[in-house]
Write a protein that binds this ligand. Structure first.
Ligand SMILES: Cc1ncc(COP(=O)(O)O)c(C=O)c1O
Length: 381
């Protein structure tokens, strides 16, 4: 992947590759069955890539639906002229937000009859229809109605003239845990509860969309696809399972880059950065890179990562500070001020993935991707 023609004055930035998102979406589209819908999950500003950029690329790649967490995220998409079905996955609980959702033709998530009655009241006043998806908590213990109350909730929704039931869904809690007996038993219990409800609704005449799978279940469990899959991480180029990364040839859709701002030679025995957690053991050439933890490069990565310059790896040394970090050039010293440093993503034939960071920090790739701060401009390539 080519490096951007970034503004040479730019200190640090995030590059986003919509073509990669489009290609990843296309791969998943081709993997699921033709009549299964694909919802691109673009919440948290498209996992940090820019929600509008991601939405447009995913729609071009074959997604038909978008999922967001908040009303504002949905409004940002509508403002950009995106008119496809959008489901707000979070709970909207006040009348003001619900009225705006209705006005902007958004689908909302319902977990209780109380919310359904409120939606009916608002839709009736405006002589409109509220499109809703009912969420069932089959084992995540977060949003959703208890499976024991689900049939009653469907009945209530069906009795309300201004509410249209567009979907019923649930969310998996452990689908991304590999080779784990407990995880497998939880996933199959969630599937069972979901299917049990669906079979009790078999006689219901009006069709609705049934959906359960996130990226993990989409890639690994075809039996969990139902009528639609809701895919986030995989669209951004990463499988929740390391061994599936190559099977699907997913392409990373983001790179974090910064520039070398100073190169200096120091003698052996020089302490580097706050706390002198690293001391040179030989005469060394060091470079200062203009990016730090205020940009989303966690301080807990200090001294444990490498960066790429022109496809070569260089170790990061000493504490990562708020705005800067130091790398050791001694092994390959021919680096200039202004050189582009890749912190995460592809450079030449080499790549640094969010897995490498999340293993060090005890995090997950999802958190790494949406952790880059807005001090870093997003440069769409
Ligand atoms: C309800 C729901 N569905 C789907 C997703 C997408 O998950 P993933 O990024 O693992 O594909 C999320 C993300 O957290 C979610 O909250």
């Amino acid at each position: 992947m080519p490096l951007s023609n970034a503004d040479p004055k730019q200190r640090a930035w995030v590059e986003v590759f919509p073509k990669a998102i489009q290609a990843n979406t296309r791969r998943i589209r081709n993997f699921i069955s033709e009549n299964c819908l694909l919802m691109a999950v673009v919440k948290a500003d498209g996992y940090g890539h820019g929600s509008v950029t991601v939405a447009e690329a995913a729609l071009a790649g074959g997604a038909e639906n978008l999922g967001v967490a908040t009303l504002q995220e949905a409004l940002d998409l509508r403002k950009a002229g995106i008119n496809c079905p959008i489901l707000v996955l979070g709970n909207l609980f006040n009348s003001k937000d619900l009225k705006i959702s209705l006005k902007k033709d958004l689908m909302i998530t319902l977990s209780s009859s109380k919310e359904a009655f409120l939606c009916q009241k608002l839709a009736e006043v405006q002589n409109k229809f509220f499109d809703v998806h009912i969420k069932i908590d089959t084992g995540m213990t977060r949003l959703g109605c208890d499976p024991g109350l689900a049939l009653k909730l469907v009945e209530v929704v069906d009795s309300l003239p201004n509410i249209r039931l567009k979907g019923i869904y649930s969310h998996l809690a452990l689908a991304d845990c590999e080779n784990n007996i407990y995880a497998e038993s939880v996933t199959s219990s969630q599937k069972e509860k979901f299917e049990c409800l669906l079979s009790n609704l078999k006689s219901r005449k009006k069709p609705f969309c049934k959906h359960l799978a996130n990226s993990a279940a989409t890639l690994r469990h075809k039996d969990l696809h139902f009528d639609m899959v809701r895919v986030g991480l995989a669209l951004y180029g990463y499988s929740p399972f390391l061994d599936f990364q190559n099977n699907f040839a997913l392409e990373p859709a983001l790179a974090v880059r910064a520039r070398v701002t100073l190169v200096r030679d120091v003698p052996a025995g020089t302490g580097v950065s706050y706390g002198h957690t690293f001391t040179t053991n030989r005469p060394s050439r060091l470079a200062v890179v203009g990016i730090g933890y205020a940009d989303g490069i966690s301080r807990s990565l200090s001294g444990k990562i490498s960066v790429l310059i022109d496809g070569n790896f260089y170790p990061q040394v000493g504490s990562i500070t708020m705005d800067q970090l130091v790398i050791d050039l001694t092994e390959k010293p021919d680096v200039q001020v202004g050189s582009i440093v890749t912190l995460l993503g592809v450079d030449g034939y080499s790549v640094i993935t969010p897995y490498q960071w999340s293993e060090i920090t005890g995090s997950i790739p999802w958190e790494i991707l949406c952790g880059f701060k807005y001090r870093l401009p997003r440069v769409v390539i």
